[in-house]
Design a binder for this molecule. Structure first.
Ligand code: LLP
Length: 415
């Protein structure tokens, strides 16, 4: 799934660096990203939108490493954030505040202040009370807050229930039926500037149809608002484009956008998008080493040095990640569950996989660039993995492996 990953004489190589070299230099477990893959994923979005006034706002939650953010900032990306912390990261990585949109149902007053002072492009407001709060916070600062209402188009994205967000019973956005009156209300609030409208229906979407359906609903609403004298500058269609983990056949960016762009043909609003997974998912892998091979009565286990605290998706969503041997080995293939050292049966990275491997071998867990490191934890007092970006023949350590002392540096024993 990673375009820049290939085998050279039986050794997996990312761009021009072999994975054993990277493991040697930085240890394991390590997240390894390819700059060329990040760039080509971003270019695919740019290409598909060329000729259209559009802004691609990378969804920071997918992978918030400063190195990754800086690559996108240099490519001219905007950013979709969901916290003050993510805003701080974007600014630290050289991202432009005036290209930041702020999503999320729970923005605190202090996050609103931080974003207003930074001068972000738009707040994607998710409730009536948030609208009032934002107006008040902006008044205190003597600022005007640019807003979009995130509407909930009630479209089924046909994806995993945990990551579908545009249905009626989700906590996200405002009900479609309430949108017009909320816009009218927003128009009366003196410290708000109505800039646009936003929607996001779900993640890992493999079918462009529901997105186009949502887009059509949004376009119709935009027309009704215009008839009301509320004219929008931009339409934010969220993120969600899926990637191939196993045998999925996601549409290309161009295929995904085609029916949607048709809906907006001839319209002059700027289009914004918030892709996360499709920009980083297949640009990264998790490099891990086999500590033990443990034959069992009914199952064989490959116990590796990465675990559910590093990559939570298999445990959390039963997600499938491809696992490959880093060095081809001439031993008999066996079926293994690939598990970590954590004291939970849910601590697996993959189950029932054929591997030709020995203790001490390296494995690459693919498609781990999105929602990997950002969802990691320190469970079992495990320091988080290092992160490395490969760029041609060079590698950059963009996050050092955490030290154990740092894990409890902010704690105190009682006397
Ligand atoms: N915009 C909003 C408002 C979102 O809620 C999300 C993702 C995105 C954009 C980016 O969506 P993407 O292009 O990455 O699909 N942890 C889950 C995914 C959660 C997605 C949450 N929202 C996973 O590992 O599959």
């Amino acid at each position: 799934p990673t375009p820049t990953l290939h085998a050279e004489n039986g050794v997996l190589t990312l761009e021009s660096l072999s994975l054993p070299q990277i493991a040697e230099q930085y240890g394991t477990p390590t997240y390894v990203y390819s700059r060329a893959a990040l760039t080509s994923a971003f270019d695919a979005w740019k290409q598909a939108l060329s000729g259209r006034k559009a802004l691609v706002c990378y969804a920071v939650k997918a992978n918030s490493n400063l190195g990754v953010l800086s690559v996108f900032a240099q490519l001219g990306a905007g950013f979709d954030i969901v916290s003050g912390g993510e805003l701080a990261r974007v600014l630290a990585a050289g991202g432009r505040a005036d290209r930041v949109v702020f999503s999320g149902v729970g923005k605190t007053r202090s996050e609103m202040r931080q974003a207003l002072l930074a001068g972000i492009r738009c707040f994607n407001v998710e409730s009536a009370t948030e609208l009032e709060r934002l107006d008040a916070v902006a008044a205190e600062l003597g600022k005007t807050a640019p807003i979009a209402l995130r509407v909930n188009p009630n479209v089924d994205p046909k994806t995993h229930p945990y990551i579908s967000t545009g249905l009626k019973d989700n906590k996200f956005g405002v009900a479609f039926a309430d949108a017009q009156s909320l816009y009218r209300r927003a128009a009366t609030l003196p410290n708000l500037h109505i800039a646009g409208i936003a929607c996001h229906i779900g993640s890992q979407l493999l079918d462009p149809a529901p997105v186009a359906e949502a887009a059509q609903k949004v376009a119709d609403l935009v027309d009704r608002l215009a008839a009301d004298g509320i004219v929008l500058e931009h339409i934010d269609l969220g993120g969600g484009l899926g990637i191939r983990y196993r045998d999925e056949a996601p549409p290309s960016v161009a295929q995904y956008l085609a029916p949607l762009l048709k809906v907006f043909e001839g319209r002059k609003e700027e289009l914004c998008f918030e892709p996360g997974r499709s920009l980083v998912g297949n640009a990264g892998l998790l490099l891990t080493r086999i500590e033990y091979l443990k034959p069992g009565e009914t199952k064989n286990f490959a116990i590796v040095d990465a675990a559910m605290n590093d990559l939570a998706r298999p445990a959390l969503y039963d997600a499938w990640h491809e696992v490959v041997e880093v060095v081809e080995r001439d031993v008999a293939t066996q079926t293994y569950d690939i598990v970590g050292p954590i004291c939970e049966s849910g601590d697996f990275l993959a189950r029932g996989r054929e591997l030709a491997a020995a203790e001490g071998d390296l494995l690459a867990i693919l498609s781990a660039g999105a929602y990997g490191m950002t969802m990691s934890s320190n469970y079992n007092t495990r320091p988080r993995a290092a992160e490395v970006i490969v760029d041609g023949k060079q590698s950059h350590l963009v996050r050092e492996r955490e030290s154990v002392s740092a894990l409890f540096a902010d704690e105190k024993p009682l006397s």
